[in-house]
Design a protein around this ligand. Structure first.
Ligand SMILES: *[C@@H]1O[C@H](CO)[C@@H](O)[C@H](O)[C@H]1NC(C)=O
Ligand SMILES: *[C@@H]1O[C@H](CO)[C@@H](O)[C@H](O)[C@H]1NC(C)=O
Length: 517
């Protein structure tokens, strides 16, 4: 959709604009398009308390129900109560590996639809490729799925033999694109857009109410030139909206170590650069080892990817392997055998800072206080892997040598083919005042998924410190790190909009001021 056309319908205020077209934005678009969850007549939930609460108002959709009441007493692996509720309704008891049928049924009620626009840089769900490891390859496929289209069924149609419950990132991205067309949501999606500003617009003398102005650029394929190539041009747009939803994710800008040599070409900051190097055939069993920096799930994905190619790996991270804050110490082993394996490797194959004499003899580096490592030995239980807990990278050198330093100050020098710095990422909220910092749980600090998410009401996802009413945030921006739980934010927002509309007088979602005053 071309946003310039939207603008020419002058003065139109769009009820909802969603910034970001990943799984969060797609799921919210589904709920705003009239697809409505109800307890199905034969629906039954294994949690007796939740079942009895649901049965009190079976005629009422989940969007109208008091989510706080339904959430009471539920527990799960998200700190967001509505996320736990919705997850438990979509996939009851999935944490125990059980495959209960969802007690919900989805009814299409077009009269409920709220006009909305979803803005995104790439194709719907396409940002998938930039997501953090925890959202990537290794989650169970059904946790990735959106309501109304079984991912398993779709995968079965796509490929002959579904080997396991896992899907590749490319399959997931393709599933999300397919989902948008299957559910006829396309007309709400404007792709190729970069939002440059979201700000509060004061009301006008002529009686038009205050609202949000969303401005940016949209890429448009230009005219086909004589040589058959088309030139893309960026066309500015500017929209007015009663409500704006921040759903951009937090993976725009990879975090950096801030050490010497970090910009050298052999140093990468995303998993996808590793994938690209692998597909170009740059890495194999004869390559120098790959250095992986970080102890999150993306780093683990990189360790596994290199391991599968039989490329040796040096794995450097700041924490001790037993640190309870380490994500591996929090994941259930049963559901994440791969990550459990990486954790075992980290534990069992640690670098010993007191080197044996033969290794000392191989010291090739000129700095007397440092030691140089041969590629990890092949006699151990995980050949080709060596971990350096409680170490940091001190510098990268152009000859592809990396200087590692332990907490106690000892240095080691390793020769590598590539270094992968996978220590997290930050959102790019440059379109908000002061990069969105005033909206965080700790105002003034940069927004990040783990350390400083945007502060929202847990049952409506309204942004508490917004410049005006009608601003919502969801997904990793509010600290939700698993796709499985993103859908909770969509339910909370759609529920709040639906309640505001019901209590208001007009047909559309009425200006929030009217309701909040
Ligand atoms: C953030 O996004 C803006 C466009 O909205 C872009 O100009 C800027 O370079 C980005 N910042 C970083 C650090 O990537
Ligand atoms: C890695 O090594 C194992 C054992 O030597 C071998 O079976 C496997 O095919 C190798 N994988 C690759 C990608 O070279």
């Amino acid at each position: 959709m071309d946003l310039q056309d939207k603008e020419t319908t002058s003065g139109e205020i769009i009820p909802v604009v969603i910034v970001g077209n990943g799984p969060s934005g797609i799921c919210l678009s589904y709920l705003l398009s009239g697809y409505t969850p109800y307890l199905s007549p034969e629906g039954w939930h294994p949690n007796a308390l939740l079942q009895s609460k649901l049965a009190e108002r079976p005629h009422m959709s989940l969007l109208e129900q008091d989510l706080e009441y339904l959430c009471e007493g539920l527990e799960g692996r998200s700190s967001n109560p509505v996320a736990v509720l919705f997850d438990s309704l979509l996939l009851p008891d999935s944490d125990f590996g059980l495959d209960h049928t969802s007690p919900l049924e989805w009814r299409y009620e077009p009269q409920r639809a709220v006009p909305h626009l979803v803005l995104g840089k790439g194709p719907p769900g396409g940002a998938w490729h930039a997501m953090e490891g925890s959202m990537l390859t290794l989650s169970l496929a059904n946790w990735m799925e959106l309501p109304g289209l079984k991912l398993k069924d779709w995968m079965r149609d796509k490929r002959r033999n579904v080997r396991n419950d896992r899907a590749t990132p490319a399959e997931i991205a393709s599933y999300y694109q397919h989902y948008v067309s299957q559910m006829s949501l396309e007309e709400n999606f404007a792709c190729g857009t970069t939002v440059t500003s979201v700000s509060r617009e004061p009301g006008e003398q002529d009686g038009s109410p205050p609202c949000w102005r969303v401005s940016g650029l949209q890429r448009r394929e230009g005219e086909i030139l004589g040589d058959g190539c088309s030139v893309a041009e960026e066309v500015p747009f500017s929209l007015l909206a009663h409500n704006v939803v921040l759903a951009t994710g937090t993976h725009d800008v990879p975090a950096r170590l801030g050490v010497e040599g970090e910009s050298l070409p052999f140093v990468c900051h995303s998993f996808w650069e590793l994938e690209a190097a692998i597909s170009r055939g740059e890495l194999d069993r004869s390559s120098d080892p790959v250095l992986v920096v970080g102890a999150g799930l993306t780093a683990a994905d990189a360790v596994l990817a290199a391991h599968h190619l039989n490329t040796s790996v040096y794995h450097v991270f700041r924490r001790p392997v037993t640190d309870p804050g380490l994500i591996f110490n929090q994941l259930p082993k049963l559901l994440y055998p791969e990550y459990h394996k990486v954790h075992q490797m980290m534990t069992q194959q640690q670098h010993q800072s007191t080197l044996s004499p033969p290794e000392q003899a191989q010291n090739l580096h000129s700095t007397p206080s440092s030691s140089s490592h041969p590629p990890p030995s092949s006699s151990s239980s995980y050949p080709g892997y060596l971990s350096f807990p409680c170490h940091r990278v001190a510098a990268f050198h152009p000859d592809r040598k990396c200087v590692l330093e332990s907490d106690s100050g000892e240095q080691a020098v390793v020769q590598v083919s590539k270094a992968l710095v996978l220590i997290g990422a930050h959102p790019n909220l440059s379109f908000l005042h002061n990069n969105g910092r005033p909206l965080g749980v700790s105002p003034g600090e940069p927004i990040s998924c783990r350390r400083n998410p945007i502060d929202v009401d847990p049952f409506t996802n309204r942004v508490l410190a917004a410049d005006g009413p009608g601003m919502y945030a969801m997904g990793p921006l509010v600290g939700e790190n698993f796709v499985r739980f993103l859908k909770g934010g969509a339910l909370a927002i759609a529920g709040d909009l639906s309640k505001r509309r019901r209590w208001g007088s007009g047909e559309d979602v009425v200006p929030a001021e009217v309701l909040d005053s």
